[in-house]
Ligand binder design. Structure first.
Ligand code: ATP
Ligand code: MG
Length: 414
């Protein structure tokens, strides 16, 4: 993509009412647009990051046997009444509306009820199980506080997977596969080192739910980490009894603030029982389908990266999610030879299927470098007086390290 064609511009200042670092950087660099508190639009650069994150998650969910679908954003009141989750006292983040034709609808904040109700039409016998379905969807939640930028939206993208199994034993298999899949996701997006599997409250039969928590000072959670075992305990369940149960020693744990980037748990058969989602087992007896729920905050992950990987110059995208692999910065100015050289390199790289943001604008070098640092693409190729037809200066955004690379090396370097 040619930067001269990109409609977004970098900005020196974020909106005055934006207090969070992640949103300030993402707005200044042109990744998101703030519509109102807790509500952000994703611009071309931001959308590329979101799609990269989604594709990594999609690959891992598919590998675990997940089938992708999209449920509706408008939901039926009576379903949520059956499970006693319609009232605002039970669920305090509902957005609701009344149809002109009469009757109430809810705006999707989660999907266990409608997906499970839909499954009544498809799951009859133990032979139909297990089934794992998932979606990427914009969830709507009437969050009380929306001061954390893209980390806590009133409108945000979540990946939610639901597992339907016959019993606790079959459930355990997918639950463990999901833990593995989530860990693969966080590693591939670049948050693996600072993200911990965390024991938290919830979970029907297991006594716990599991969260994935990324260490960050702006996090709203407090966790206690065993860095050797790479697991943690959320403060909400941090008791001597729980530590003993998990096999952790208090003295070895490190306290940290963290961001919840994922949460998985099981409902057992309770919700299916309330909704009437039953299956026939081998003996012909009717049993409630066992339900597991697995959420992962796609837009929150993007904001977390912006928050924890950035530096004083701007964003620093990990290779796995960056909007482009290379930022090709041309300092050609009026020099036709240099311009042709930059154009040619851009064509060669894009024809090879490598993503490049080509800064072909007329700006001064200093401004271009400042913009490039703010946008945070992993590798910057500079075409200027020091480059030749065969060797290019390449700067790594995260370390600032500079090296010289040939065209072939640029093509292979991935
Ligand atoms: P929190 O405790 O942060 O409010 P939650 O426990 O209500 O989150 P879940 O219902 O478990 O969240 O949602 C699954 C995942 O979706 C969370 O782990 C988080 O990554 C993400 N998420 C939840 N709420 C938001 C939000 N308001 N904005 C962005 N992402 C969110
Ligand atoms: Mg949660």
């Amino acid at each position: 993509m040619r930067q001269s064609q990109l409609f977004t511009k970098t900005r020196r200042e974020a909106p005055a009412d934006e207090v969070s670092k992640n949103a300030q950087l993402l707005i200044r660099a042109g990744f998101v647009y703030k519509e109102m508190a807790g509500v952000y639009a994703f611009l071309p650069l931001g959308l590329r990051v979101l799609e990269n994150i989604k594709n990594i998650v999609r690959e891992e969910m598919n590998a675990a046997g997940g089938q992708e679908l999209i449920m509706t954003a408008l939901q039926r009141k009576e379903l949520w009444e059956k499970t006693d989750r319609w009232s605002d006292e039970k669920v305090d983040v509902w957005f609701k509306s009344t149809l002109s034709a009469g009757g109430d609808v809810g705006f999707a904040w989660s999907h266990e009820e409608p997906i499970s109700d839909m499954m009544k039409g498809y799951l009859e016998s133990y032979r139909d199980l297990p089934v794992y379905v998932y979606q990427f969807q914009t969830k709507l939640r009437n969050e009380l506080r929306a001061k954390s930028g893209v980390l806590r939206g009133r409108e945000f993208v979540m990946k939610d997977l639901y597992s339907y199994t016959t019993d606790a034993a079959q459930h355990k298999e997918i639950y463990e596969a999901m833990i593995q899949a989530y860990q693969n996701v966080y590693r591939r997006i670049g948050l693996g080192d600072i993200t911990f599997l965390t024991f938290a409250s919830g979970g029907a039969f297991t006594q716990f739910s599991h969260e994935f928590q990324t260490v960050s000072d702006v996090g709203e959670d407090i966790i206690y980490i065993d860095t050797e075992k790479r697991i943690a305990v959320n403060k909400e369940v941090y008791t001597d009894e729980v530590l003993a149960h998990i096999g952790l020693e208090k003295e070895k744990l490190i306290e940290a603030k963290s961001i919840e980037v994922g949460n998985i748990f099981d409902f057992g058969g309770s919700k299916s029982e309330q909704l009437g989602l039953m299956f026939k087992d081998e003996t012909g007896a009717l049993k409630p389908v066992y339900l597991g729920s697995y959420g992962l905050g796609i837009t929150r992950v993007m904001a977390t990266i912006a928050e924890v990987m950035s530096d004083d110059k701007g964003l620093v995208w990990p290779e796995g999610v960056s909007p482009f692999r290379y930022h090709l910065v041309s300092l050609a100015g009026a020099d036709e030879t240099l311009r042709a050289r930059a154009d040619q390199l851009y064509d060669t790289l894009t024809e090879a299927g490598i993503s490049v943001l080509y800064d072909d604008r007329e700006q001064r070098a200093g401004e271009k470098f400042a913009d490039s640092d703010l946008i945070g693409i992993p590798f910057r190729i500079v075409v200027g007086k020091n480059s030749t037809d065969t060797s290019f200066e390449v700067v790594t955004r995260s370390s600032g390290e500079t090296r010289t690379m040939s065209k072939d090396e640029l093509l292979q370097h991935s």
